[in-house]
Design a protein around this ligand. Sequence first.
Ligand SMILES: [Zn+2]
Length: 128
Amino acid sequence: MSARFACTACSGTLELRAEGVSESLACQHCGAVLDARDPKHKILARYRQKLGAPPKLPIGTMGTFRGEKLQVLGLQRRAVRYSGVIYSWDEYLLWNPYKGFRWLVESNGHWTILKTVETKPKESGSGV
Ligand SMILES: [Zn+2]
């Protein structure tokens, strides 16, 4: 389920995907982060800089992976500095209303898909 509305900060057209599930959304026009659960979509944060290079998978992209239809709902750009070198990667939040969420991580052209577990894994007691 999705809904269109004007960004509270810049009036750009936005589409709220996964309505009722999403807690916030970032405006692709101005970078403001808006409250998805507030009917007036109040501004939670503003950013002066945009993301930089466009994401390899634009928000809203639909696709199929291993038989599951998934939609790109969000993106986190992350980085860490280790021994003076900056390593960065993109984490895409994928969603299927019947299957839940997946994370698709891209780093330097390598893709990894992750599924969140609901419970803590149990230790078997035996080492590998
Ligand atoms: Zn905006």
